[in-house]
Every structure is written in structure tokens, then in C-alpha cells.
Design a protein around this ligand. Structure first.
Ligand code: ATP
Ligand code: MG
Length: 320
């Protein structure tokens, strides 16, 4: 496996793709659920999760994708984390991004696609989540074209719906562990030791764009450039597309290409804890082929054991 693609079981130095510890932060924005084709056509014939987590800045995209990665065999890619790493490492992209990110503006679409496409190529056969991309309709179109070329179209868009006031109030309390992308919130998800990451003990930092002035700009930017993507995805979800590379059927078979459908779903709430069970159920029900990670299953087995221990003890108490 390429070193840039990591699973959560190998705690990485970076979180741009892959591992993210379950941190807590909050959530989403709004809209309806659109289902493309008929009910009997589950999203994506191959049941591969290729998902965009969409929502305002601070809506909980990073927190929720971390939880999905922790629970399921999924890789995640956060463009915000990726750019912050480039900035920290003073790469050419990082030097270009620093000023733009600090001002709460967006990088050009073609630059972003270049950054994302190379990573997507590495994870094309996996279940994956994108956090922070696409962020403009232009990026959405570029992404679609890229995925279409690969024959790996999007299968799920989750629109996180969290009220503006909730997001604004949580931003000033937010601290991050830069190398991993882990997020803490002083009021509802504080680190165990003030100012330090729970897992590595390294210092936490404040994002330079997490101040009220820049954050207001990021929110304005969201409404101007990013929120139109909802209508774009809704239109895509109402189309049923035929996948390329359909194998030639037996001469006596009818030649129907497999249909691909995109599922678009809005999940609302004021905290990630409130949204998480809905997201978990959505992913589990829509992508039954998705495997849970061994640790999660172990924990469930342990829970079941301890439950049956309780039941046995209770039964024994009745008998004696
Ligand atoms: P949060 O991390 O709270 O969800 P956010 O969505 O605003 O907030 P990030 O996704 O971390 O923040 O992105 C931080 C900054 O990186 C953005 O404000 C923007 O400047 C830049 N950036 C990230 N993704 C993109 C993108 N797809 N296109 C253009 N710029 C981007
Ligand atoms: Mg983020």
C-alpha cells in the first residue's frame, strides 16, 4: 500500500488520507433526500462507498469522517488537512496556499483537482470519503469527469446541516492537532491534558483561520461558492447513469449495462454526537458490503460477552 494511504489501525503522522481518531466536533446544513432511480436499484451496483461529506466550515465533516474511518474499512481524504500539511512543510503548493487559507478564501479549482486527483488514483478500488472537496460547482464538475474516466462514480453525498449560530459559537473553542487533524473543543470535547493531543502528547494549535473575522469570511464564501453544489448534486442524484466497461454479456442474455445511482441525503443536528447515529445507519444500510474494522467487532463481541455475563450472573442469582 502506498505510504500516503493509511488505515486507522496504523496511527499515522498525518491524516490527509486515512486514519483519524474519533474526535468530537459538530455538524451540518440542509436539504432534502433525493434518490435517483427506482427503490430496487440500490446505490452503486458494486456497493462501493465513494462519498462526499458536504457542509459549512466547522459543520463536523472531519469529526464524522474520522468516526466512519474508525468503524469501517474506509479511507478518508481531507483537503483542509492536506493543505495545512503542505503549508507546514513549505512545499510549493503550501506557499501558494498559505495566504489564501489564512484569508478564508478558496484555492483555484485546477490546483485543488491536481492535489486531490493524485490521491484518488491511489484509493480508486477502496471505499472512501472526501471532506472539503469539491467546494465549488467547477470542482464538482472536474471531480465527476475524473471519476467517470476511472469508472468509479460518486455513490453518496451527505449534506451536514448545522445552524450557523451553533457553528460560530464552537469555532473559538476549537483546537487542533495539526499532524493528525484531530480536533478538540474546549467546551464539549476537551483534551485530557490542557493544550496537548490525547494520543501523541504533542501540543495543540489554533488554526489561523479559526478567528471570528476570517471565519465569517469562510461562511460567506460557503454560501457564495459552495452551497450551489447542493443543487448540482441533487440534479446528479436524479439521473441514472450507465457505467462504462460493461462486460460483453452472453449472446442469450439481455444487454443491460449496470445502472449507477447517486444517493444524496441531508442529516441535521447541532452536534456530531446527534448526527453520528444517523450517518452510521445511512452508510450501513446503503452499503451492506462495507466491512467493519476488527477493533469495532472485537468491542462488540466484548460487549456481548459482558452482557451475557450479566445475564448469567442474574440467572445464577435466581437459581441460588
Ligand atoms: P472545517 O475544517 O471546520 O470543516 P473548513 O471546511 O472551512 O472548516 P477546511 O476544509 O479545513 O476548512 O479548509 C481550510 C481552508 O483550506 C479553506 O478555508 C480553503 O482556504 C482551503 N481549502 C480546503 N479545501 C479547499 C477546496 N476544495 N477548494 C479551495 N480551497 C480549499
Ligand atoms: Mg475540516
Amino acid at each position: 500500500m502506498h505510504p500516503a494511504v493509511r488505515r486507522h489501525r496504523t496511527p499515522p503522522a498525518r491524516r490527509s488520507i486515512g486514519y483519524s481518531a474519533a474526535s468530537r466536533k459538530a455538524l451540518p446544513f440542509f436539504l432534502n433526500t433525493f434518490r435517483a432511480a427506482a427503490q430496487d436499484e440500490r446505490p452503486d451496483q458494486g456497493k462501493v462507498l465513494r462519498c462526499i461529506l458536504f457542509g459549512k466550515p466547522g459543520a463536523g465533516k472531519g469529526t464524522l469522517s474520522a468516526r466512519l474511518v474508525k468503524k469501517y474499512d474506509i479511507l478518508s481524504l481531507s483537503t483542509g488537512d492536506l493543505l495545512r500539511q503542505h503549508i507546514a512543510e513549505r512545499t510549493e503548493i503550501g506557499r501558494q496556499a498559505e495566504e489564501i487559507v489564512a484569508q478564508g478564501k478558496l484555492l483555484p479549482d485546477d490546483v485543488m483537482l491536481k492535489i486531490v486527483a493524485s490521491k484518488l488514483d491511489l484509493i480508486r478500488n477502496k471505499h472512501w470519503i472526501l471532506d472539503g472537496f469539491p467546494r465549488t460547482v467547477g470542482q464538482g464538475e472536474l471531480l465527476d469527469a475524473h471519476l467517470k474516466k476511472q469508472g468509479t462514480p460518486l455513490s453518496l453525498v451527505v449534506n451536514l446541516d448545522v445552524p450557523d449560530e451553533v457553528i460560530l459559537s464552537r469555532i473559538s473553542d476549537r483546537w487542533v492537532h495539526l499532524p493528525s487533524g484531530r480536533v478538540y473543543n474546549l467546551s464539549y470535547n476537551p483534551p485530557k491534558v490542557d493544550g496537548f493531543d490525547d494520543e501523541t502528547g504533542e501540543p495543540l494549535t489554533k488554526r489561523p483561520d479559526d478567528n471570528p473575522e476570517v471565519f465569517a469570511r469562510r461562511l460567506t464564501q460557503f454560501y457564495a461558492s459552495t452551497s450551489p453544489l447542493v443543487a448540482y448534486f441533487a440534479a446528479a442524484a436524479q439521473k441514472r447513469t450507465r457505467l462504462p466497461h460493461t462486460p460483453v454479456p452472453h449472446p442469450h442474455q439481455l444487454a443491460f449495462a449496470p445502472a449507477h445511482t447517486l444517493l444524496l441525503k441531508t442529516l441535521s443536528g447541532t452536534t456530531s454526537d446527534e448526527i453520528w447515529p444517523k450517518l452510521d445507519a445511512l452508510v450501513r444500510d446503503s452499503f451492506p458490503a462495507l466491512k467493519e474494522n476488527a477493533e469495532t467487532l472485537d468491542a462488540q463481541t466484548r460487549r456481548r460477552h459482558s452482557l451475557s455475563d450479566v445475564a448469567l450472573a442474574a440467572a445464577a442469582a435466581v437459581v441460588t
